[in-house]
Design a protein around this ligand. Structure first.
Ligand SMILES: [Zn+2]
Length: 328
């Protein structure tokens, strides 16, 4: 680990760092529980931490972080999961809401898969995103798994509101509560390490409020994301042919297109959030409403894309047209 990253880590001993330390210790001491409930507001890093823990368990190197080199780490890498088409690792099973809920069939399928012997001879992990929308029957099916935990198998439930889960599920899980790491504080930290205001904003936003991810973004290249921001800024003034040209780059279903689409959705979300903050600061309710709607439209498009493997080119065109439609 380089000094800069170490220094940033020490400055940010937030809830996320503490929880990761706890989970790391549980693994080292071989007392990983059968189920964990990761709860926190969006941007608090709960989802990233659940994914991180799944990767740590599956990593063959036995280090304090996923080694990023072994076969398991490659197959569970964040860029290939969960939004970009689901995990590629046979021992990591991902469940996401199907429409407005998680259905009993999804949980039954998960139970069947977790009941098998691990393909790679190690852990089996079930990652359940949006766990607050588990239907009653689905929660009951899940309970059976929680009541009869299998060795070297764990369930990681991720929820923004744990109180919406049945008490029986909550009581059988170890509850991990994530507090938001305010993006403003992250931005300030990144700024002290020489990032421009724009880059600090973008890295913090793409990092989903998590210092780890923000730092990774800042250390990698932000160029593509910056180009996307510039385009979104110009969107209301783009000609129809410029707009279609840009969307053309999202044609096809290969891995590069997937990654670019995922990035655009993230950038769009950050862009909309920044506009929402500005509208709040200016006390402009018309602007606020407009951007809340746009943020919502982006989220809907992203979910549909992830769930139904829709044509990204059309979704991108739709997002840009939306920015043009009611420009104020
Ligand atoms: Zn590894």
């Amino acid at each position: 680990m380089n000094r800069r990253r170490l220094c940033l880590r020490e400055m940010a001993a937030g809830s996320q760092e503490r929880i990761r330390a706890e989970l790391r210790l549980a693994r080292e001491q071989q007392r990983v529980h059968g189920a964990y409930l990761f709860e926190g507001p969006p941007g608090s890093g709960m989802r990233e931490s659940a994914h991180w823990f799944a990767r740590l368990l599956l990593c063959g190197a036995g280090e304090s972080e996923p080694c990023e080199r072994c076969r398991d780490c490659v197959k569970t890498a964040p860029k290939s999961t969960p939004d970009a088409g689901g995990p590629q690792h046979p021992d990591l099973k991902l469940i996401e809401p199907d429409g407005a809920s998680i259905k009993v069939d999804q949980i039954r399928a998960l139970r069947r898969e977790l009941g098998l012997v691990a393909n790679e001879g190690g852990w089996r992990v079930g990652l359940i995103l949006g766990a607050e929308v588990l239907r009653v029957e689905a929660a009951n099916a899940l309970l059976k798994t929680l009541e009869e935990p299998r060795p070297r198998t764990t369930l990681l439930l991720v929820a923004t509101q744990a109180s919406r889960l049945p008490p029986t599920v909550r009581s059988r899980s170890i509850h991990l509560r994530f507090a938001p790491e305010p993006e403003a504080a992250l931005r300030a930290q990144l700024r002290t390490h020489g990032l421009s205001e724009e880059n600090a904003w973008l890295a913090a936003a793409l990092g989903g409020g998590s210092l780890h991810s923000a730092q990774a973004w800042a250390e990698e290249s932000l160029d593509e994301a910056r180009e996307m921001v510039a385009l979104l800024e110009r969107a209301p003034r783009l000609s129809a042919s410029e707009l279609l040209d840009f969307a053309e780059a999202f044609r096809g279903r290969n891995e590069a297109t997937r990654a670019r689409t995922e990035l655009l959705f993230q950038v769009h979300s950050a862009f909309a959030r920044r506009a929402i903050e500005a509208a709040l600061a200016q006390d402009s309710s018309a602007e606020l409403e407009l951007w809340l709607e746009r943020a919502d439209a982006g989220e809907r498009a992203r979910r549909e894309w992830a769930r139904r493997n829709l044509n990204p080119q059309l979704l991108v065109e739709g997002l840009l047209l939306e920015l043009q439609a009611r420009a104020v």
